[in-house]
Design a protein around this ligand. Structure first.
Ligand SMILES: [Zn+2]
Length: 253
């Protein structure tokens, strides 16, 4: 925890009516849109990325007093489409959703839109975010990765504990609220040796054969929820700093 909460006024759309939002946007044109996913995460919750984005953005927005829309619970997850429970949006669907969100928020007076994602696959929207600004005067759109704040610390832990190359659904995604079932103790997934296995993008047709339980690479768990919770708090701090540096006033036209 770095910054104290600036005010106790609610920041979530879910806690506000439209009259309150109308009043807030007159003084502060910032709004954050949390982006998640519903996709296999190995032994972890299908909603892991949504849970992560929800937590990090809720804490940071409350500290800074930035309004926050509900979490967008789906993203492009083509690689995982054959894992039951995954709900993947086509890239074109996702971009259309984002365009509609931008259109609504811009009309209503918001001028600094922060799309904050817990899911790497949402990167496909960045082209739309850029293009959305071309013909909308005074609009600035930002793409923020909710994992950014843990990068250095997670690398240090990984090196110290010899956890190997880590990727999707590995230890750093384990939190008390994403752990929904026992995780095999001491398990570690090497990067598959299959020459048809690129780390990115994974082939949806072969993914279940190459990563049978859904963990892409690395140690499954460090059995230390306090440590991973600290990593998540570092992400809250990082986003808090980002939002504090973002002016409340509209950008120049
Ligand atoms: Zn994830």
């Amino acid at each position: 925890m770095t910054a104290p909460q600036r005010d106790a006024a609610p920041t979530d759309f879910a806690e506000l009516n439209w009259l309150a939002v109308a009043e807030r946007v007159r003084a502060d044109t910032r709004v954050l849109i949390p982006m998640g996913a519903t996709e296999e995460h190995g032994y972890l919750s299908l909603a892991s990325d949504s849970i992560y984005a929800d937590y990090v953005t809720r804490q940071a927005c409350a500290r800074v007093g930035v309004l926050r829309t509900p979490v967008v619970p789906f993203g492009p997850s083509a690689f995982a489409i054959n894992f039951p429970g995954t709900l993947s949006m086509r890239t074109s669907t996702m971009c259309a959703i984002v365009e509609d969100i931008i259109d609504c928020l811009y009309r209503q007076g918001f001028r600094r839109l922060v799309f904050a994602t817990g899911h790497g696959g949402n990167e496909v929207i960045t082209g739309v975010l850029s293009e959305a600004q071309i013909d909308r005067d005074g609009l600035s759109v930002y793409y923020y990765n909710c994992w950014d704040g843990m990068r250095d610390e997670s690398r240090r832990i990984s090196e110290e504990r010899g956890l190997g190359v880590c990727d999707h659904a590995a230890w750093y995604e384990v939190q008390a609220d994403t752990r929904v079932a026992p995780i095999p103790a001491g398990a570690s997934q090497p990067v598959p040796a299959d020459p048809d296995f690129p780390m990115f993008p994974l082939n949806p047709r072969t993914a279940r054969r190459q990563i049978p339980d859904g963990v892409v690479a690395g140690a499954y768990d460090i059995a230390d929820d306090a440590e991973t919770a600290r990593l998540r708090e570092a992400c809250v701090d990082h986003l808090t700093d980002f939002l504090q540096r973002l002016p409340a006033a509209a950008p120049e036209r």
